[in-house]
Write a protein of this length. Structure first.
Length: 64
């Protein structure tokens, strides 16, 4: 028998997806802010990716 609890394991996919969403969201936001013509939907979508990436990182690093 193992002494490790299954609930204590951290899901590595939260970390991977959190980093990917955060990097992609920052890239999208930067490209929308530096472009001459921008649309609001692209900026909102980029902020959504950033928030979701931060949420995934929070789920990974909080104590389960």
């Amino acid at each position: 028998m193992s002494n490790l609890k299954e609930g204590g394991r951290r899901n590595k996919w939260y970390l991977i997806l959190g980093i990917l969403f955060l990097v992609y969201g920052v890239y999208r936001l930067y490209s929308h802010l530096t472009a001459e013509e921008t649309d609001n939907f692209g900026s909102v979508l980029a902020v959504g990716f950033i928030v979701f990436g931060l949420y995934d990182l929070f789920r990974y690093f909080r104590k389960v």
